[in-house]
Design a protein around this ligand. Structure first.
Ligand code: GTB
Length: 212
């Protein structure tokens, strides 16, 4: 059964890999599943055909036969549960890996998105610099806590897992803020994720679309 995901017809980041289809592509590459991509415009995302797949009119979506999913957390978890390569077989280790997926999406991603909002979307507001320092401090606290937990380990809990895939994907979005550079072990962790052949293939595939 062919897996089909959706992605931006033209990503605003011009192929830097920050749009969320990259993490789904990465998961698909890690578990060795081929997939097709349907590109959608911003207009098409808000039309009924796409809204029937994604109630919030966003990318990515995931179709596999009769199954249609949205939300990258759910998609990556689905892939990790159906195929070998992203979750350990030990039940407790699996639960911890899934915990890291949630931590990435619920604890790290919100302050990183706030950073993006204040730097890019609200950058011209008169209060932007004041708000930026508050938001930076909140993100810095979370980065410090994550950095302390990671220490000098390669991955968050033993072998590379879906938890690392999600955490690296989320941290990548903070690179342009410079915050990652304040925590060398996190910067090295992200670089390790990016160096994985599966990530490289996923990045190249989305770049091929956006470089056109
Ligand atoms: N919680 C959902 C998930 O994890 O799947 C969030 C999905 C989402 O935010 N999708 C975005 C989208 O479709 C694309 S990834 N936006 C269009 C809309 O809402 O109308 C977010 C994104 C967009 C652009 C960049 N960029 O240019 O750097 C990075 C990330």
């Amino acid at each position: 059964m062919t897996i089909i995901i959706t992605a931006f017809e033209k990503s605003p980041d011009r192929g830097m890999g920050l749009a969320r289809d990259t993490r789904v592509r990465w998961a698909l590459e890690e578990v060795g599943q081929p997939y097709d991509v349907r590109l959608v415009s911003f207009k098409a995302m808000k039309e009924p055909a796409h809204l029937s797949l994604h109630p919030f009119g966003q990318i990515p979506t995931y179709e596999e036969g009769d199954l249609a999913l949205f939300e990258t957390g759910a998609i990556v978890l689905h892939l990790a549960q159906r195929h070998a390569g992203l979750l350990p077989s030990d039940a407790d280790a699996k639960a911890r890996a899934i915990t890291w997926m949630f931590a990435a999406l619920n604890t790290l991603e919100p302050p990183i998105l706030e950073l993006f909002t204040v730097r890019i979307l609200e950058g011209d507001k008169p209060w932007a610099s004041e708000r930026l320092s508050l938001v930076l401090d909140r993100a810095r606290t979370r980065f410090g806590q994550l950095s302390a937990r990671l220490g000098d380990a390669d991955w968050l809990d033993g072998a590379f897992s879906a938890g690392d895939l999600m955490m690296v994907s989320v941290l990548l979005r903070a690179r342009s803020s410079g915050l990652l550079d304040e925590f060398p072990n996190l910067a090295a962790y992200v670089a390790r994720g990016e160096a994985r052949p599966a990530y490289q293939r996923a990045f190249a595939a989305q770049m091929a679309i956006n470089a056109k």
